[in-house]
Design a protein around this ligand. Structure first.
Ligand SMILES: Cc1cc2nc3c(=O)[nH]c(=O)nc-3n(C[C@H](O)[C@H](O)[C@H](O)COP(=O)(O)OP(=O)(O)OC[C@H]3O[C@@H](n4cnc5c(N)ncnc54)[C@H](O)[C@@H]3O)c2cc1C
Length: 542
């Protein structure tokens, strides 16, 4: 092993490796980028995380940079779960439920627990954590918090951040802090600390004080429900509280490393009504979507014709018998989970009327077989990511755009035209009820022409979303892929504020270096020549 790997192994309880095979595995996530880490570490506890941060901080003080990247399930599509230096993998050991209080409806977890396994435990108590991504089988709560993820249920329940009570965070120098809403008095105490924590409270407080109206203006310009571009400076200061939690949520491990989270839970109702509404045109979507939202669905996801076509091309039997009219332009997957059965039935009736008047075709699941078919469709987009054959793949490009709901159909029209001009037909899916769009055109990243198309299309798509009051990063964060576009989202001054936040929290630039700051040139240099997302983690055998 290298000197660094040896040193870390000697001082940590968790495993350390610099095997080429393992490093190669962790050099990619679900994005189109690749960076080779130099050491892989599987921390056992917070103390390991602290020691690693401290080690890297001390090296940086001596002028040697060894960045740290936190990693959960590696399903990040923005190129944020990769990095040079130390890769800290949480799924091996730090994946436990620390406390679960079913009465008070709270759970405290370590970051490496997957949404899937957490939910299985919570269901047995009649509870659940409502925002979970489509990747929940292997995506972790830590990764979800770092991205402030949303999922199919967010249309009713909001983003993951809404459920956070408090976080434990290891700072760049190895200090551990707890973030939660502070009173004025508690804040004053923090402002007086002579530590990195004190520097962060003072730095952020001053920055918010001095730039209040600038931040108000920026916030109003972006009209979407979900905006993860840059850092969330908008929700830290409330009338009577000051809370750094929103700053760490969505920061993609670039400001601190989450080692523990206490989350609020919600009663789970497994008896729901499920339906698919197939629409022949985007005009129908424009007309029906606001009325469907008024019915308060607990799921309102979309999947377009090309997605169905691509999934069927890759896996011919996967969607057999699931859709009555697979050639419809767009399919909405809808669920109603109100605790009163009568309310669910009423919503379905209204949906039926909307479909009859609006021209859509409604298929309601009235037995378990039908429910399973609709669930199959919900989960099917993952097939796009895991295809191994050939070099031309449905790659995630400009794939996390969010729009104000009233502009969604208009945006989709324009996006399809942009792709068509580049002779591309993207698979489009997303959280329609949240105005979030994911797009996957088939491209061969080894071909220069296809790479050029990718960047050209991204430019046009992002600019289109921004002119409509949207954001380029809805739920998967900017990572490195979208970092070059941050200057288009925020004005020059606000962009400078975001960079100042990074400097305050991570003065040596150790944590997830390049995330939210990479230039277009740097991104081009990190591009893979082949896209394939590997779902299984490379974990130690101990
Ligand atoms: C098939 C598929 C479907 C998806 N569906 C959705 C969806 O519905 N909604 C959605 O929001 N996203 C979706 N995503 C994107 C992604 O799955 C989510 O953002 C997910 O929450 C990431 O979790 P992860 O454990 O894989 O994190 P990773 O990919 O490992 O990491 C994500 C980010 O979090 C950071 N991080 C990880 N752990 C920590 C920690 N402990 N402390 C600090 N930072 C940390 C990483 O450095 C990285 O920046 C999807 C991706 C795929 C491949």
């Amino acid at each position: 092993m290298s000197k660094i790997a040896d040193y870390l192994q000697e001082h940590l309880d968790g495993e350390v490796t610099d095997s080429l095979e393992v490093r190669r595995f962790f050099s990619t996530d679900a994005s189109i980028l690749q960076i080779m880490p130099s050491v892989i570490v599987y921390p056992i506890n917070e103390n390991d995380v602290r020691k690693i941060a401290r080690f890297s901080w001390q090296l940086a003080q001596r002028g040697k940079l060894l960045p740290i990247t936190a990693r959960g399930g590696g399903s990040d599509t923005s190129g944020a779960a990769i990095g040079s230096g130390i890769m800290m993998v949480f799924t091996a050991h730090m994946n436990r439920i620390i406390t679960l209080d079913p009465k008070k409806e709270f759970v405290t977890v370590e970051p490496g627990i997957t949404f899937g396994s957490l939910q299985q435990t919570l269901y047995t108590h009649g509870l659940f954590l409502p925002p979970y991504p489509v990747s929940s089988a292997y995506a972790t709560v830590g990764g979800g918090l770092a991205n402030n993820a949303i999922g199919e249920k967010s249309v009713k329940y909001g983003a993951l951040g809404k459920y956070v009570e408090k976080l434990s965070v290891v700072l760049a120098n190895g200090e551990v802090i707890e973030t939660k809403p502070l009173t004025k008095r508690e804040l004053n105490k923090k402002l007086g600390l002579t530590s990195l924590e004190g520097d962060i409270y003072r730095g952020i407080d001053t920055l918010l004080e001095e730039n209040h109206s600038l931040l108000q203006d920026e916030r109003q310009r972006i009209r979407t429900l979900h905006n993860r571009a840059g850092y969330n400076l908008f929700d830290i200061k409330k009338k009577n509280t000051f809370d750094l939690t929103p700053l760490f949520l969505g920061s993609q491990g670039s400001l601190g490393i989450i080692t523990e989270a206490t989350l609020q839970l919600v009663p789970h109702n497994p008896q729901t009504e499920l339906a698919i509404l197939s629409l022949d045109s985007l005009a129908e979507l424009q007309d029906l979507l606001p009325r469907i939202i008024d019915l308060k669905p607990s799921i309102c996801e979309m999947i377009n014709k090309t997605t169905v076509y691509e999934i069927t091309r890759l896996s011919p039997n996967q969607l057999r018998g699931v859709l009555d009219n697979p050639s419809a332009d767009i399919h909405l997957i809808l669920e109603f989970d109100d605790s009163k059965e009568g309310s669910q039935k009423k919503a379905l009736k209204s949906l039926q009327k909307l479909a009859e008047r609006g021209g859509g075709y409604l298929r309601v699941a009235d037995n378990n077989d039908e429910r399973e078919k609709i669930n199959k469709l919900r989960r099917s987009v993952a097939t796009l990511f895991f295809e191994t054959r050939g070099n031309a793949k449905a790659v995630p490009v400009a794939e996390d755009v969010s729009l104000p709901l009233d502009r969604l159909a208009d945006f989709l029209h324009k996006a399809i035209d942009i792709y068509a001009a580049a002779q591309l037909k993207p698979a489009i899916w997303g959280h329609a009820g949240d105005g979030v769009v994911k797009m996957h055109p088939v491209l061969d990243l080894a071909q220069t022409g296809d790479r050029q198309k990718l960047f050209k299309v991204s430019d046009l798509i992002y600019n289109t979303a921004l002119t409509m009051g949207g954001s380029i990063s809805a739920s998967s964060g900017d990572g490195r892929v979208r970092a070059p576009y941050l200057g288009h989202v925020y004005g020059k001054e606000a962009r400078q504020l975001m960079l100042a936040v990074k400097k305050i929290c991570d003065p040596h630039g150790i944590l997830n270096r390049g995330v939210k700051t990479a230039s277009a040139q740097e991104v081009k240099a990190m591009m893979r020549s082949e896209y394939h997302h590997q779902r299984h983690d490379y974990l130690p055998h101990s």
